[in-house]
Each structure stands twice: as structure tokens, then as C-alpha cells.
Design a protein around this ligand. Sequence first.
Ligand code: FES
Length: 574
Amino acid sequence: MTKRDDDISSSETTARGMRRNLATYGDPGFSLFLRKAFIKAAGFSDDALDRPIIGITNTFSDFNPCHGNVPRLIEAVKRGVMLAGGLPMEFPTISIHESFANPTSMFLRNLMAIDTEEMIRAQPCDSVVLIGGCDKTVPAQLMGAVSADVPAIQLITGPMLVGHHKGEVLGACTDCRRLWGQHRAGQIDEAEIEVLSGRLAPTQGTCMVMGTASTMGCLAEALGIALPGSGTIPATHADRIRAAEASGREAVRLARGGPKPSEILTETAFRNALTVLQAIGGSTNGLVHLAAIARRAGLSIDLAEFDAIGRKVPVLIDLKPSGDHYMEHFHWAGGVPKLMKELGDHLDRSAPTIDGRTIGEIADAAEDVPNQSIIRTAASPVKPTGGMAVLRGNLAPGGAVIKHSAASPALLKHTGRAVVFASVEDMVRRMDDPDLDVKADDVLVLTNAGPKGAPGMPEAGYIPIPKKLAQAGIKDMVRISDARMSGTAFGTIVLHITPESAVGGPLGLVRNGDMIRLDVASREIALLVDDAELQRRKAEWQPPAHLTEDTRGYRHLYLTTVLQADEGCDFAFC
Ligand code: FES
């Protein structure tokens, strides 16, 4: 007996094209018949419907200017798919923009991951092109893709071009924060800050410093799930369109038996990604997202290993906020392939990628750009060690992270008096109070801003300098919290303290006037209060009210199942 071409008895994993993932009616033949009848209503021919089907996620949204070029990218992906003999099928998923996601984009990331996974799983995709860019969309798509485990290729929307103001080059959003800080300090008036709001993000695309979006673009390449060189191309450039066409072509090859995400996103790939994360001075959020994607692949990120990588691997990319330049400069200096070439044996060169070459082969083929100074060599790094360190101590038994490449060197060893804010709302209410008891060498502490606490782990870890100190010229202080921070931000800021205060972590036991010691060289964050007193405070501790109230819907799902930062803030059941 031989299998017919239109045999629909094959398993869901081996069936191809229109025969894949049939809706259940109790009669597979009828399911296929009905599917064809409906899709033919859209004018498809039998020839088209017999091709490998390439799903394309449409994450365009009027609320998401970081994805403003998605329609043109989809058009180019479709062209690439058809040139290679496949049938492109675009479908919508959630789109999340940082500034248009209440309470936070992190609150919604897992919803997008579930949406992406289930739509890939439900529909007949032989492979899928994931078009994402803004901070949470790429992690959500990779989480979904590795769970669905259908061959996938990540296409990044790409960074914006830089802005200009009074002869100065500007970038979202490192300069947004710097300039807002100057506005708070009274150095920039209302009229000028309005003008600046039109110049900081001058084109479509993602933030063009080494923020979370840029970090995830680089990590997608390092993981081997995006085409080499495609993570850094500016959103508005013709090369970005060509990368989309090439991704479409590649997706057809993947549909015909290419590796699945589980074969690309291996332990080796994650180790390479952690190495690149350190070397680019990447966003602290990148660590949370890698932990979440790895967890979907059945792996866990070892924070001690990440810290050890950071002690060996220098920061080689001179980009804001750790350095001086922007993504378009990184791209024209050779991008991620050139960086990987400079990283040499810090990377596992044997790791496979979706384009069939190994990471080592891609690094060897990197373009050499004479006289560029953005991608440094190991002999002249931007910083001698990696961008991030993992801290531990009685304040963070499960770990905390600091991006010390973007911190003030003088504050990396500091002991100071705690000034505690009980929540984001409390911080907003009291931060600019002229009577706030705060001095420049104090340690600002924000509690109840973690995954469950806020909820949604807001990027509130970049605690503003109290107005009276900002006006006195103070630009940085030690700041600690269980919150996250935008990858575009800078300062001596300890983040992701685990366990978070809202679930009883020691951060919630800090009181005004306690002494806190930060020692990055020793990887320590310590609350200098004796154990007996901490036990007494622990006995009195109460969770925030919203964790004891009845909830419903997605908020209920989130509050009852979200994990801590060290596990990527995914849902426990995912
Ligand atoms: Fe979308 Fe920065 S807000 S990348």
C-alpha cells in the first residue's frame, strides 16, 4: 500500500500544507474538503493550495510605530516566498508597543506568546516568518515559536534612524531619559521639551540605542534563528526590505524539512546568546526574555554562568547607553557577524543556524569595515568585562542584576541609607516633595514593583533622581528594586531583585534608614540589618492588597501563574 498525495490520515506533525492541522469534525476528508471550499472563496487556485504554506505574523498596529514598516515587510516576505515556490499566508497576532500597554508591556508579553503559539499550531503553517521588533514582540514570538516547534525564522522590523536637535545627535530612548532629567532639573523648558518629543524618534522602527529591541535583534542572530546581519538593518533602509524577501525564501526552504526551533534553540545557542548579551552591553530585559525562551525549550538559564561569562567577555560595541553610538552605526560597521568574529572562541562556533551555516562560518564571512570604531577588538574594548553582573546577598537570595557598563564607576562600591518607596504610586507621590528626607549618598529603594507586585514588572527601576537633588546637579544614585529598567536607561541601578517583595522577598522588609551595601566587584547586595530584626519584620509583613482580592480573566491568569524574573516571568504552566 502506498500513501496517496491527498492522504489526510497522516499525523498532524507529518501532514503538509492544507492537510496540516485540520479542524476536527470527526471526518478528516470532510475537514479538508471544507477548508478548501472556504479558502477557494478567496480566489486561490489548486496549484497555489498545493504549495508549502508559509505563515507570516502580521503585527502591524496603529498603536505600534516600531512596527510601522510591517506592511512593506510582509509584501517583501510574500515575494520571497513566492519566488521560492511557496504560498504565503499572513495572519494577525497581538502587537505590543512599550508606550501603549497598560499596565505594562511585560504584563502582556505572555499573552502574545500564547497567541503566537496557538495560531501557529492551529493553522496549516509548514513554516512561519515572525515579524517583530518592539521590546516584547520578539521574545513573545520566539517563546511561542519554540513551544509550537514549527520551523520559524525571525524577521526584525529594524531600528529607527537617529534624530537631531541643535546640532546634537539624539536617540530613543537613552536621550529621552537624559533630556527629561534635564527638564525635571529646570534646564529645558516646556516649549523645548515639546520640540524634542518630535525629534527623538524621527522614523518608523525600534529604539536605535542598545535597548531591549536592539538587544533582541542581536540575540535573534546569535541564537541562529534570524538571517545573519538582519538584526541591525535600519527599519527604513532598502536592505531591510531585501532581508524580508530573503527571509521569505528561507522560510520555504525551512518548510521543506529545515530545522525546527527546538533544533536551533539549544543549550549551545543560549550560551552564545548570553555571551553576545554581555558583549553588546545589552538590555537587562534581554536576560529575562532569554530565560523565558529557554524555559519554553526545556532549558534554564544559569545566572551564575551568565555572570561568569561577563567576567571574561568584554563589551565590544560602542553604543548608547554603555557607549556613544547608535544601531545604524553598528550595522554599517559589520553588525552581529563582525561582532561574533571579534568574539572568536568565546562563542561555540559549531552552533547551527536556520540558514544552514554554523555561527563560526557566519563569523568568518563577516564584512571587514576599515577604520570603523564601533565594533571593538578584544585588545581595545569599550569595557574590559561584560555589561552585566549578577548580584546576590540577603537582599536578593534568588539574584539581582546590574548593568554596570552603564553605571557610575564611583558608585559600584557604595554603602548608603535606604530611602524606601512602598510602590510605584508612592514613588510618584513623594519623589518630588521638597520635604523628602533624601541625600545624594542615600540608596533609593522601590518595592512592590516586580512581576506580581506592580503588577507587570514595570520599567520603574530607573527611579528618578528626586527633584531637589536633580536641581542640585546630582545625576546618579544607587537605586534598587524588583522592577525592570528600559534597556535604553543608564545609572547605578540594581534590578530584578528575586524573590520580589510582593511575594515576601527580603526587599519588602527594608525600612527607611536601614543601611544597604552594594559591592559589584564582590557581586553583593546586602541589607545591613540583623537576622532577628528581619524575622520580626517578616512576621508583620502583609502582601499588597491586589494579591488578596478576587480577580478574573487574563489578570487572574497572570497574577496566579507568573513566575519570578530568574525564570523569565513566563507563566508556570507554559
Ligand atoms: Fe518600541 Fe523602543 S518603544 S522599541
